[in-house]
Design a protein around this ligand. Structure first.
Ligand code: SF4
Length: 64
């Protein structure tokens, strides 16, 4: 994985100070046949950080 993946998704458990701290990430198309813009991609490693109780609601394992 490249060093220094900048990410601004504060709702993800892997977010820390405008950076991604996951060991690796997986980026996919969002399901459209053709990916023509950045809106056509998504981070499949995203895992929701529950700010209310500190527990993870949708844990996904990072790709190997
Ligand atoms: S796993 Fe994806 S959404 Fe989560 S901090 Fe890393 S790059 Fe951002």
């Amino acid at each position: 994985m490249p060093k220094g993946v900048k990410c601004l998704v504060e709702e993800c458990v892997y977010y820390a100070h405008e950076a991604c701290v996951a060991e690796s990430i997986e980026v996919r198309s969002n399901g459209n046949d053709i990916v023509g813009t950045d809106k056509g991609t998504l981070c499949a490693t995203f895992s929701y950080r529950d700010f209310d109780d500190g527990h993870i609601r949708h844990q996904q394992s990072a790709p190997q």
